[in-house]
Design a binder for this molecule. Sequence first.
Ligand SMILES: C[S@@+](CC[C@H](N)C(=O)[O-])C[C@H]1O[C@@H](n2cnc3c(N)ncnc32)[C@H](O)[C@@H]1O
Length: 341
Amino acid sequence: MMVESVLCMNPGDGETSYAKNSFLQKTVLSKARPILEDTIKDMFSTALPTCFKLADLGCSSGPNTLLFVSEFVDVVYELCQQLNCKLPEFQVFLNDFNAVFKSLPFLYDKFGKEKRDLYGQHCFITGSFYHRLFPSKSLHFFHSSYSLHWLPKVPEGISNNKGNIYMAKASPPNVFKAYLEQFQKDFSLFLRLRSEEIIQGGRVVLTFIGRSIDDPRSKDCCLYWELLAKSLLDLAAKGLVVEADIHTFNLPYYNPYEGEVREIIKMEGSFDIDKLETFSINWDANDDISNKDFVFEKDQCGRNVANIVRAVAEPMLVSHFGDDIIDELFKRYAEYVGEHL
Ligand SMILES: C[S@@+](CC[C@H](N)C(=O)[O-])C[C@H]1O[C@@H](n2cnc3c(N)ncnc32)[C@H](O)[C@@H]1O
């Protein structure tokens, strides 16, 4: 699977689009806001640049895309009012996979090795945050929300993960090892690249999905995707999906345990951790304690969750299984999720 060409959210603003089904990610952004505020305040205590250069990595497109930017500017604005200082200028960079970048491999193919190395070392045009994106020591602030659990590739050597599409309770031991090693490699790379691009004293705020229990065989880790694999197997039983196609499909995804994240940041060595906080969020983000009008209704909740997962995973599933099965697949999935909830 060419991850870069299929790891994009459902486009447009129709019923199944990411734009219409990203309330969960919006809730995550608001839960992380206190950390953002503290981090900006902390930066202010050392120096205030005349032009703040910041980037949102994996910004997608939809109502959340500019939310981080407006929150960032709001916090700085309020601080400037309190401190009676001049508001800086802001230069904002938004990064995501985009149709323009899909033609990059063709451009690279046209070059010999020497020129290919030029891109990535001197000229930065790439959609993936697992490559250099910015010139050396040029940015003050990096932000990424709900994106870094996506890996740039599916780990190798997991062809025995039959009947599963991610780590699952029934996965063989090598699958857990391969996923962890892939994440270690990719997250370390991400940190190294950002450390080359950030100015001395800059800050990074990252929010991504993790698991609350160290053991990846726990339900907390992988049930979300296990239910999708189960739905695919149901469709195979009905002859709508070829079972062998399920065996060869694995997600380029990893939800680490807190300790794994700490360990990688320490081992990689470019950054110190100021704060590492975890928070939980319900599968159906509408089911929040602050939403007093919420009434649990299993079919509706199942559908809400299925819509969120569909908006994120549909392009990947379509590229492997075709688009004929998608409606039926997510109907099935919504039923399983409703039962589980
Ligand atoms: C679930 S969306 C989150 C979007 C947005 N940050 C939000 O909070 O709503 C994850 C985004 O990360 C992007 N993404 C995943 N891997 C990426 C990579 N290696 N480089 C750039 N973008 C990536 C996907 O294309 C997708 O748009």
